[in-house]
Design a binder for this molecule. Sequence first.
Ligand code: RP5
Length: 163
Amino acid sequence: MANAADVAVLMGSKSDWGVMEHAVKTLREFGVSCDVRVLSAHRTPAETAEFVRQADAAGTKVFIAAAGMAAHLAGAVAAQTVRPVLGVPLAASDLGGMDALLATVQMPPGMPVGTLAIGKPGAVNAALLAVSILANERPELREKLLDLRRKNAEKILSTKLTE
Ligand code: RP5
């Protein structure tokens, strides 16, 4: 794989895209290259492992993996790489994402997955955390992160409530 994307964004189903597009949008706002794939821990286990091994070898630096229900995708990705893996649990059943949260976060010792919040907040934060990881070696990303923090603070501080 030539010119590997810095971040790979995997999701278990096309039905996850409505949430995960926010992660991809965030990465693109920072100018971070990403490779977006639908791959499933259960439905396409061999292809998932193969993709991660190839992306790792090609130089992809961070993996984001999102899934709902028995969400084993992030763990399955972590099993194939020692690069950082960020898991985003999604609400795809009557359990509202608690199923996916537990499946993603409860990794056995030695197999870390950095697990974010359920749904859109987790998708956005996974992208921001991926940017933070890349920013260790890219000062321009650090500046953009600091700028976003400043803008968020300004929004809070300029809030006027009408009582
Ligand atoms: C998970 O099952 C997917 O990540 C998705 O959140 C959920 C439902 O998948 P579909 O039946 O919509 O394909 O594997």
